[in-house]
Ligand binder design. Structure first.
Ligand code: NDP
Length: 234
């Protein structure tokens, strides 16, 4: 059955791979962008997830185009790395606002129609560092760990209405975000990954489409790592 899917930050990177994977299986897919426009073949709405008004407008546009959102993928995210001693409160709250509060805002907006439909799939793109920790990423890791508590609380609140909330925790994936890392750090990271390589965005997308499927109806509050073994044990 073709579902109405919304992927935040689906204009590039992991979000784009996720959007393309849903489109390839015949779903109706919308993505959000912050001004880049929609990639070829995808329906795009402009939306910054730090702004509740923009979120409301974007959802209304998606609803008019393809019906209420049945599958929400909260993927939009940023980093702003530095060691704790140098991290300003603004750097901390800006990352939390985009990655965690942004996810809360879009979930809240999406939940209305999901409750009415008595069906929904909510998937958060967290990170291996949310549970492992990472030096220089106190803000980012806290935001990504927060998504786990969010998904599990939503599972408890909305579980009886056939609404699931799950977390995908990627390791290092080849995108603009990781390209920005210094070469030395990239090599250092590679040495710690049991799979001995970075993930491709498609490999994260496959986990997301699984969690959104009817087959995953009894999976909720789960953290699904796609990290080549980097986070084993969490
Ligand atoms: P990119 O930097 O390539 O893309 C980030 C996306 O998020 C862009 O679409 C960007 O939009 C969007 N975005 C950022 N801030 C906002 C905002 N305030 N409102 C709306 N959209 C926003 O990142 P990736 O594709 O690598 O990452 C996607 C997700 O996966 C992120 O949540 C990231 O934390 C997570 N992740 C990534 C890993 C990796 O190794 N790459 C590993 C683990 C998790 P715009 O184009 O307008 O900037």
């Amino acid at each position: 059955m073709a579902r109405s899917v919304l992927v935040t930050g689906g204009n590039r990177g992991i979000g784009l791979a996720i959007a393309r994977a849903f489109a390839a299986q015949g779903d109706k897919v919308a993505i959000t962008h912050r001004g880049s426009g929609a990639p070829e073949g995808l329906f795009g709405v402009k939306c910054d997830v730090t702004d509740a008004e923009q979120i409301d407008t974007a959802f209304a546009e998606v609803e008019a185009h393809q019906g209420a959102v049945e599958v929400l993928v909260a993927n939009a995210g940023i980093t702003d790395d530095t060691l704790l001693m140098r991290m300003s409160e603004d750097q901390f709250t800006r990352v939390l606002d985009a990655n965690l509060t942004g996810a809360y805002r879009v979930t809240k907006r999406a939940s209305r129609a999901m409750l009415r439909a008595r069906w929904g799939r909510i998937i958060y793109i967290s990170s291996v560092v949310g549970l492992l920790g990472s030096p220089g990423q106190v803000n980012y890791a806290a935001s990504k760990a927060g998504l786990v508590g969010m998904a599990r609380s939503i599972s408890r609140e909305l579980g009886t209405r056939s609404i699931t909330a799950n977390v995908v925790a990627p390791g290092f994936v080849r995108t603009d975000m990781t390209d920005a890392l210094p070469e030395e750090r990239k090599q250092q990271i590679l040495g710690t990954i049991p799979a001995g390589r970075y993930a491709e965005p498609d490999e994260v997308a496959a986990a997301v489409t699984y969690l959104a499927s009817d087959a995953a109806g009894y999976v909720t509050g789960a953290v699904l790592p796609v990290d080549g073994g980097l986070g084993m044990g969490h």
